[in-house]
Design a protein around this ligand. Structure first.
Ligand SMILES: Cc1cc2nc3c(=O)[nH]c(=O)nc-3n(C[C@H](O)[C@H](O)[C@H](O)COP(=O)(O)OP(=O)(O)OC[C@H]3O[C@@H](n4cnc5c(N)ncnc54)[C@H](O)[C@@H]3O)c2cc1C
Length: 477
């Protein structure tokens, strides 16, 4: 590991501690916030000479160590946040990498355009989203965010600047998108937005009694624009994996009597108070009291009973922002997981094996008394990107509290889960991962993909300056 710093640009006093989104890892880095591509080029030149390593970071919303670089330089792109071009007729936008999903919808919604793919939170940057190649609750229908990129400019670690599109420099296009910041830096990105005729979605909510029913419903309803299952991972044997389903569809032209009103970005804002009373900023403190095995079981049981009765088979209009960014309702909710923080474990299974594998996963977690406190299922489709996480099947994302005294038990659990997932031909997602090993990565990506990545890496980054903790953990030699 090359940890030399670059004193001319980053003196020793720039060393600061930085964390992952889950607050389960902290590391010292030399933080640098460029405004111009030339500043990054200058830094790369210095790093190629001194042997310093450089990690890339957007908003740091990856759950694990994808945007950390212990002891090295960390480039934070949030100051490179200008909208460079916007064509409201065609819905084509060009942005700097530090523009966030929130900035994007605030800029385009009034003109009737929405991001075709978004993660479940609006705070990530577009550069970070493409670094991981994020998916949304519409992955089956809309693919990943990378599939909506018309072109991007990237600065390679060897100093070259390239333009990539689905037809130009295609190898780099499919490898830098999803490449976890290891092959190049997006300096500008051109996206095709999705036309919408209302700021509302037509949402349908219902409950399903167990995992089998949740997966069957997800598959049956996959032609809706969005489909997601919120799963209870703490229920007893018969109800294990029961959950609430949400499907949603865009409104057609003419369906919304007041489109100018609903498309007004100001009317999309999430409320400041819960139930009109409780300031959202303090809610995580109350949540922390129940973020334990008993509290989660009680909360999940109560929610399921509500969803099975008063919330069952309900159709309603909900704003795009409220439906898409449900997790943003409670700021700092991840703090409720306490001092040890949380990790997420998301596995992607082909439709043929998903039910058995997810059942085994849920049972093993319960047996070890380390149940997930949040479970989310989605329907996916494969894509052409080098580090693709998707399959023709389902994913189950699970959030685990990291109990400081049982951390090693949790890591052992994820290693055991990996075996189950790999036996079922499953895949993983670097943006969510904290515990994969090189062997597991080789198994799910395949030798040919790892080889191709290493060949590209040696071509564009011969000195190996772009590195992260995730890289050294999963892909280093
Ligand atoms: C509450 C929550 C919900 C989420 N829901 C989803 C979801 O539904 N679907 C999903 O797919 N993900 C989801 N995520 C994960 C999140 O969307 C991704 O981790 C995303 O990459 C975060 O973007 P970021 O700007 O924070 O990037 P970071 O986490 O800072 O970085 C992500 C990766 O991109 C690289 N990178 C950053 N900037 C650049 C750049 N300019 N050029 C090249 N590479 C770069 C980094 O090195 C890193 O490897 C969720 C995360 C949270 C916290």
């Amino acid at each position: 590991m090359k940890n030399n710093v670059i004193p001319s640009i980053l003196p020793a006093e720039r060393l600061s501690a930085i964390e992952n989104f889950g607050h389960s890892i902290s590391c010292p880095v030399y933080l640098y916030r460029p405004v111009l591509t030339e500043q990054i080029a200058d830094l790369f030149e210095q790093a190629n000479k001194t042997g310093a390593t450089i990690g890339l970071r957007g908003a740091g919303r990856s759950y694990g160590d994808a945007a950390l670089n212990s002891g090295g330089v960390l480039l934070d792109f949030r100051r490179m946040n200008r909208i460079l071009e916007w064509d409201p007729e065609a819905g084509i936008i060009t942005v700097e990498p530090g523009v966030t999903i929130e900035q994007l919808w605030r800029y385009t919604l009034d003109d009737g355009w929405w991001s075709p793919v978004t993660p479940g939170t609006m705070f990530p940057t577009i550069g970070g989203c493409l670094g991981a190649n994020v998916h949304g609750k519409n992955n089956w229908k809309a693919g990943t965010m990378g599939e909506h990129v018309l072109k991007f400019n990237a600065l390679l670690p060897d100093g070259r600047q390239v333009t990539c599109s689905p037809k130009k420099n295609t190898d780099l296009f499919h490898a830098i998108i999803g490449g976890m910041g290891l092959l190049g830096v997006f300096t500008s990105i051109t996206l095709q937005m999705k036309k919408v005729y209302s700021g509302n979605l037509d949402v349908y909510a219902w409950a399903e009694p167990n995992l089998k029913a949740v997966l069957e419903a997800t598959d049956r309803e996959k032609e809706n624009d969005y489909i997601v299952g919120w799963v209870d991972c703490t229920a007893g044997e018969r109800g294990l994996g029961r959950g609430q389903m949400h499907s949603a569809n865009y409104l057609k032209p003419g369906d919304d009597p007041h489109p100018a009103q609903t498309l007004n970005a100001d009317n999309q804002d999430l409320p400041d108070n819960l139930f009109g009373l409780i300031p959202k900023s303090i809610v995580w403190r109350f949540l922390s009291l129940a973020t334990n095995n008993l509290g989660t079981w009680a909360g999940n049981t109560g929610k399921y009973l509500m969803n099975r009765t008063i919330g069952h088979k309900k159709r309603y209009l909900q704003s795009l922002v409220a439906f898409t960014f449900l997790l943003d309702y409670v700021p700092n909710w991840e703090r409720a997981y306490g001092k040890g923080g949380l990790i997420q474990y998301q596995s992607f299974l082909p439709k043929e094996t998903a039910y058995e594998v997810f059942t085994d996963i849920l049972k093993l977690c319960k047996w070890r008394r380390l149940p997930s406190y949040l479970g989310v299922t989605k329907r996916h489709r494969p894509d052409k990107f080098l580090f693709s996480h998707a399959v023709d099947g389902f994913s189950l994302a699970m959030d685990f509290k990291v109990p400081p005294r049982r951390r090693s038990k949790l890591i052992q659990l994820t290693r055991d889960l990996n075996k189950i997932v790999l036996e079922g031909n499953g895949r993983f997602y670097f943006a969510k991962d904290s515990t994969l090993t090189p062997d597991a990565v080789r198994s799910f990506l395949g030798e040919a993909t790892v080889k191709k990545f290493k060949r590209l890496k040696s071509q564009v980054d011969p000195e190996g300056i772009l590195q992260t903790d995730l890289y050294r953990r999963c892909l280093g030699d």
